[in-house]
Write a new protein. Sequence first.
Length: 229
Amino acid sequence: MKLFKSLINLLFPRTCAACGNLLLEGEDTVCTTCRFLLPKTGYEQHPDNPLAQMFYGQMPFNAVMAEFFFSKTGKVQHLIHGLKYHHCRENGIFLGQEIGKSLLQAPDYQGIDFIIPIPLHPKKEKIRGYNQSHVIAEGISGIMNIPIAEKCLVRSVFTATQTKKSREERWQNVKDIFELKNPEKLKRKHVLLVDDVLTTGATLMSAGKALMQVEGIKISVATVACAGN
Ligand SMILES: [Zn+2]
């Protein structure tokens, strides 16, 4: 079996998804050096971090974090790009696992009942074959042992008439791009909203707005990456 594995490795060399170097035996997806060098934010330990501040006075999230800064070396970008455009599901699992390990140590992220990935537009999901946020959520779920709430938050279905609407009406619609299904399931629960990157915060605002309709809900946010400091 070991010989067979070595032979497979020889014929199909496995490379690090972040730097492209050959993986050693026992290494998976990302090499040990990259795991050590990827720039962690540590934001989960700092309730007043810059990402949390983005939502002050706008959305009462319990906590907001990103696991990594977009790195100068481009390794974090490379991992996300592979996940989104090159069918590298394992990158998403790895990134989710890294988030999960950090959150296990973070006081603000304890007692989470469900993980909710930001839903992808169904058309995009069909092309990609999966929702990248869901894959990241799977990685987190495995480490934290918390279930994913499937199909609770969904993208609103638009009709063809949408294109005829005025700019202002369209903006209204952008703000309401998400809908809730089974809101009873989330009543008085602590949920972890998961997305790949946090840039303007518009998507999370919109998802938060939909989720806030649930009585007694507590929403924490975890993302893979944000702009550097
Ligand atoms: Zn590497």
